[in-house]
Design a protein around this ligand. Structure first.
Ligand SMILES: [Zn+2]
Ligand SMILES: [Zn+2]
Length: 372
């Protein structure tokens, strides 16, 4: 079933924890200055969507979830929304865009942290009410706000490959930007989900000396090997035994760059022990409060360690991420990550399947076949 009229479109609305998403009709607004209406080609289901649905994360309701979106511009305001290079977007352009829209004017935007803007709005995380109600990807159409960091996507890139770019890939781009040199370095990655697989591919492509991935799930570790990890290690709770095994098997004194993507407190304190002189630790996975995590600050001082936190990313990280996937789409099995595909009518089946099986990603294509 498609839209009943060109002025109406359908979207799946989240109203409360553990309730099915409701397919509702919305008026498609005329885009105002700097805005664009985009027809959703594909939206992948992210772990954070599932966290909202299952109540692990709070969102204002009603909300249209889904933020890993690829779409085609349908109409633009006057003046139109520009892409990241400053070029005006016109109908037909195939684009993705930053999850967060920032004002560009507040002190944080002005000091290089637009991702922490004081009036940040996030797609897939906003109230589905008022003129900007169409703000999530589990929908036939979405209204992009003025100031959205949009970027054109090559027609050759499959939708499933590009969708996670504005979430996992751009976050990994930010992590490597603050983490510093990767080429020739021993890189250790905790977590082999979407972030970890992307991080492994990134380090491998950047010619890291070694890429080691650690996770609790052996199936995911097998997958990490196909994404450029040359060593994988199963997490074990006996930390000392784990550290000894890891350093022995990898034959390194310590890792130069450690990306902590799992959010597990034990992995964070292990990270500090697995360093060498001048190592950098980038923390990405800790997006929920876990309390204090123990490590001896003497290690940080004597080893000249740096610890960085990364949350969200800048528009230029998104551009770097899109270029990375364009350049390396054939080098790793990206398509295998997205196991199944659902239409918008099947959105609740998609959610159920995602919660039960926890695949890394699945795709929702509102109008299957429309882009074939
Ligand atoms: Zn996401
Ligand atoms: Zn701002």
């Amino acid at each position: 079933m498609s839209s009943v009229s060109s002025h109406l479109c359908r979207a799946a609305v989240f109203t409360a924890t553990d309730r099915p998403l409701e397919l509702r009709e919305f008026d498609v607004p005329d885009p105002q200055a700097g805005e664009a209406v985009v027809r959703v080609e594909c939206c992948t289901v992210c772990g954070s969507d599932l966290h909202t649905i299952t109540g692990k994360r709070e969102e204002p309701t009603p909300t249209i979830l889904g933020h890993e979106i690829l779409g085609r511009v349908e109409s633009v305001g006057e003046p139109p929304l520009n892409d990241l290079t400053g070029e005006p977007l016109s109908p037909g352009a195939r684009i993705t865009w930053s999850v967060a829209v920032s004002c560009g004017e507040c002190d944080r935007c002005q000091s290089g942290f637009p991702q922490k803007c004081r009036s940040l709005v996030k797609y897939g995380h906003s109230l589905a009410i008022g003129p900007h109600a169409l703000s999530g990807g589990f929908a036939e159409k979405i209204l992009l706000r003025a100031g959205t960091a949009a970027i054109k996507v090559d027609e050759s890139l499959p939708a499933e490959v590009i969708c996670p770019v504005n979430c996992a890939t751009a976050t990994i781009a930010a992590a490597y930007r603050v983490g510093g040199e990767t080429t020739g370095q021993n890189v250790l990655i905790f977590g082999a989900g979407m972030l970890g697989l992307t991080a492994a591919a990134w380090a491998n492509s950047a010619k890291a000396r070694s890429v080691t991935v650690c996770d609790q799930n052996s199936t995911r570790l097998e997958q990490a090997k196909r994404f450029g990890a040359n060593r994988t290690i199963l997490w074990q709770d006996d930390r000392e035994a784990f550290q000894t095994q890891l350093l022995q098997e990898t034959d390194v004194e310590g890792f130069d760059l450690i990306l902590e993507l799992s959010g597990a407190p034990a992995a964070i304190s292990a990270a500090a022990q697995l360093t060498t002189i001048g190592s950098r630790i980038v923390l990405v996975g800790s997006v929920m409060p876990v309390g204090d995590v123990g490590f001896d600050p003497e290690q940080i001082v004597r080893r000249w360690l740096s610890i960085h936190g990364v949350h969200n990313y800048t528009p230029s990280d998104l551009a770097t991420a899109v270029r990375f996937l364009e350049a390396h789409q054939a080098d790793y099995p990206w398509l295998d990550i997205v196991e199944t595909e659902f239409s918008l009518d099947e959105i609740n089946d998609a959610v159920r399947d995602a919660i039960e099986r926890r695949p890394i990603r699945m795709a929702v294509k509102p109008q299957p076949g429309a882009y074939a």
